[in-house]
Design a protein around this ligand. Structure first.
Ligand SMILES: N[C@@H](CCC(=O)N[C@@H](CS)C(=O)NCC(=O)O)C(=O)O
Length: 198
């Protein structure tokens, strides 16, 4: 049995769980909650960065971050399941996956800014910089929705949007009708999406 250190609200942990479900590997992974804000949590020994998700194999080997874990799950599933092997499709999928992860990264930074920085020390310019990354990323996906077989880019995008729903009350939906429809279709076709909702 492999152990996934994660937390229900983590978009990157959710990405791994959905990837595992799509690869038929969910039964081989047990999730063990991690609290990244607790200095005593073993996540800091498992991943020196103190970040989730981290996957711990039966022999103690640790793989992080979510992109690496999804690569590993794809490998376990025989390849070409979560990440296309054909080079053009592969690098397109990985680039779109990086864009989706970037939206989630910027959204997380905004949440941490609120949670961890004193209100008086917050810098509106820095907040706007992160918000603009999210808006440009959403616009790019609104114009060109991920199509074809479900892969790492689809999963990452669904999790980034799910995180915006969770932390920012789904305000992104107003300006992105195609993306909204796309997420509804993804949720209908991939039961693991609803099953992993925080
Ligand atoms: N690039 C990483 C990002 C992981 C990440 O940012 N995880 C957040 C939770 S969703 C975290 O652990 N934050 C705690 C911290 O940064 O100390 C991945 O894809 O796994």
């Amino acid at each position: 049995m492999m152990m996934l250190r994660s937390s229900p609200a983590s978009p990157f942990g959710r990405k791994v769980l959905i990837a595992a479900a799509l690869a038929g590997l969910a039964g081989r992974i047990q999730t063990v909650a991690a609290d990244t804000s607790d200095p005593a949590d073993t996540i800091r020994q498992q991943n020196p960065l103190g970040k989730i998700p981290a996957l711990i194999l039966a022999d103690g080997t640790v793989y992080f971050d979510s992109r690496v874990i999804v690569e590993y799950l794809d490998h376990l599933a025989g390849g070409d399941v979560l990440i296309p092997t054909e080079s053009e499709a592969r690098f397109r999928a990985l680039t779109l996956a990086a864009l989706a992860d970037g939206i989630a990264d910027a959204a997380l930074l905004l949440v941490y800014e609120e949670r961890l920085r004193d209100a008086a020390k917050r810098d509106p310019k820095w907040v706007a910089l992160q918000d603009e990354k999210i808006q440009r990323g959403l616009q790019a996906f609104e114009k060109t929705l991920p199509a074809g077989r479900r892969d790492i880019a689809h999963i990452g995008l669904a999790c980034a949007l799910g995180y915006l729903d969770l932390r920012f009350k789904g305000t992104w939906r107003g300006d992105h009708p195609h993306l909204t429809q796309w997420l509804e279709a993804f949720a209908a076709e991939v039961p693991a999406f609803e099953a992993t909702r925080a």
